[in-house]
Design a protein around this ligand. Structure first.
Ligand code: ZN
Length: 581
């Protein structure tokens, strides 16, 4: 849509922004400036500044900014052309829309897709298999209706016939991409026996659909074909619905697929979005930065998820600036957000989310495990790899600091290589996470003296301790150190085995994953967290036994990337960039 710049400026100058925002929230005048509580996030004291001369606003709390048109598009959900027309009408000017024809056409397209979305939603209620599938994934009815999940087939009609009854012409229906012509020029449904996920653009209009099979047939997902209305590389699934939560929480979680977004939403994590297909594009990254400075990538913990994360990291490098970053969550091997929550509980996912990995660490960890750095030639190759990567960063300050950080990490890694290097197989890794949580109980016991007695009883009764940990607790219970502070314990003369267990309990990694074990955490809250965790862990261990069997079948494919794969990823990206230039 394009409008003359003049018209837009006239609207901005004729309508006072503060009075317009004043319709929604109270305006406070301080000196020459106007302030208000931000209409885009919850707050009690005003942090949104309005400049009537420039016709713009900026929120110091959540970073929301814009002008009168932003208020109409983002707060009142107008499309941009509609906002311009509405405001133009109000001040009595005739708007020249240079793209009126395309506009008419897109209106029709949106109308058909909206109609189809309704129809798909109703079909879902007629199909037991769909309901069963969604129940199995524990998706609530509310979530099904919030995401407008549907089903492609109806016992009575084909979608083409249905849309005909709604008075759309054949051309319009074909152009909507809901049907396709086969080799004999016969019109057929595009989606066949698929669960349907409507995909909205940034303004909340349905512009396409994702379709998932209910059984194991391939391809698992298909999307509506590309068109001028549906450009997959420009869209993030669920962005429109999530944007207010994203602004409020100042966080955006970028997951791999529709079902991740939906199941997180169902567990009350409402800031998740997903690219349409696994790789994150440059445009999607730029789009995410419109809403937050530091989006978080949380793809699956398998090999393809790792590859896609690394790709996103590398794509972002040339685009980074001093307030536009990216961060990462690494799920354990072969877990997606949904299965992680099932096995480890939502609490532990939230703990993971509180401790994201920086882009430098992420790239370094993923790439350095792909190559055997004990060999001299490999060291040289890897050093060059890091140089090549950093040379893609355009911002000089970031380039300087990232380069240094890469070198530090590399140096430390080489230094530590001589020390014992334990590689976990996937199965051990999972057990070790549970093991870490059990150690976190001991750490809590050590750090929170005021509730130590209760904690001791609780943990001993949990059935989760092995002999080593039971001995550990018994030792302190019968010792003069019973109520001594952790600092005192560390300095005390402890038996070898007890000191060993104490060291393991106080590992940094444990505090990152289980913050309640930290000393500065409120002791009563910590006690409550441990109570809850003991309960959950027992349930989880039961679940784990059930899924262990299927997991064992997957352990053959380790999720580490290999060096050739890694080089190919950067080579592919490099060639992509060349093409663009
Ligand atoms: Zn705000």
């Amino acid at each position: 849509m394009s409008f003359s710049k003049n018209d837009l400026e006239t609207i901005k100058s004729k309508i006072k922004l503060s009075s317009e925002i004043g319709k929604k929230t109270k305006i406070i005048k301080k000196g020459n400036d106007h302030w208000c509580c931000c209409p885009f996030h919850d707050e009690k004291t005003p942090s949104c500044k309005i400049n009537d001369d420039l016709g713009s606003f900026y929120c110091f709390g959540c970073g929301a900014k814009g002008d009168i048109f932003t208020i109409y598009t983002d707060l009142y959900n107008f499309s941009f052309p509609d906002a311009v027309k509405e405001l133009g009408q109000r001040i009595g000017i005739k708007i020249t829309d240079n793209n009126f024809k395309l506009d008419k056409k897109s209106e029709k397209y949106f109308e058909i897709l909206e109609c189809a979305t309704d129809w798909f939603e109703k079909n879902l209620q007629l199909n037991d298999d769909c309901i069963k599938y969604l129940k199995k994934r524990s998706i609530s009815n509310q979530t099904i209706s919030d995401f407008r999940i549907g089903y492609s087939d109806n016992p009575k009609f084909k979608i083409y016939e249905y849309l005909k009854t709604k008075n759309f012409s054949e051309d319009e229906i074909v152009e909507s991409n809901l049907v396709k012509r086969d080799n004999n020029n016969k019109i057929k449904d595009f989606f066949y026996k698929r669960l349907i996920f409507p995909i909205s653009n940034e303004r909340g209009k349905v512009v396409g659909f994702g379709g998932r099979v209910l059984d194991n047939s391939m391809p698992k997902y298909i999307n509506s074909p590309e068109s001028i209305f549906f450009k997959k590389r420009d869209i993030l699934y669920n962005l429109h619905s999530a944007r207010n939560s994203i602004r409020q929480k100042k966080n955006m979680l970028i997951c791999e697929g529709y079902m991740d977004v939906i199941s997180l939403y169902d567990k009350n994590i409402k800031t998740a979005v997903a690219p349409l297909g696994t790789a994150l594009t440059e445009n999607q990254l730029l789009l995410s930065w419109k809403y937050v400075n530091k989006p978080t990538i949380m793809f699956d913990g398998d090999n393809s998820g790792l590859k896609a994360s690394l790709k996103a990291a590398l794509i972002s490098l040339p685009l980074l600036s001093t307030n536009k970053y990216l961060q990462f969550i690494k799920l354990p091997n072969n877990f997606d957000p949904d299965s992680f929550i099932k096995v480890y509980s939502i609490r532990n996912l939230i703990n993971l989310l509180k401790n994201p990995i920086s882009i430098v660490e992420f790239i370094f960890d993923r790439s350095s495990e792909a190559i055997d750095l004990t060999k001299a030639d490999n060291k040289i190759q890897y050093d060059k790899y890091l140089d090549d990567i950093t040379s893609n960063i355009k911002d000089n300050k970031i380039k300087y600091f990232y380069k240094n950080e890469f070198k530090n990490l590399f140096f430390n890694k080489l230094k530590n290589l001589n020390k014992k290097n334990i590689k976990f197989t996937p199965k051990e890794q999972i057990n070790s996470l549970i093991e870490m949580q059990i150690f976190s109980f001991l750490a809590t016991y050590l750090n929170h003296v005021s509730v130590r007695e209760e904690l001791g009883k609780l943990i001993k009764n949990s059935q989760l301790l092995d002999e080593e940990k039971l001995d550990f607790l018994n030792y302190f219970e019968n010792s003069v150190l019973k109520s001594a502070d952790i600092e005192v314990l560390i300095k005390s003369n402890l038996p070898e085995q007890i000191r060993e267990t104490l060291k393991k309990s106080m590992e940094n990694g444990i505090f990152t994953l289980f913050p309640y074990a930290q000393k500065q955490y409120n002791s009563l809250d910590a006690l409550e967290e441990v109570q809850e965790s003991v309960k959950n862990l027992n349930t989880r261990l039961l679940n784990l036994k059930k899924i262990n069997k299927s997991l064992n079948e997957m352990t053959d494919s380790t999720s580490n990337l290999n060096w050739d794969e890694l080089k190919k990823i950067s080579a592919d990206l490099y060639i992509d960039t060349e093409d663009k230039i």
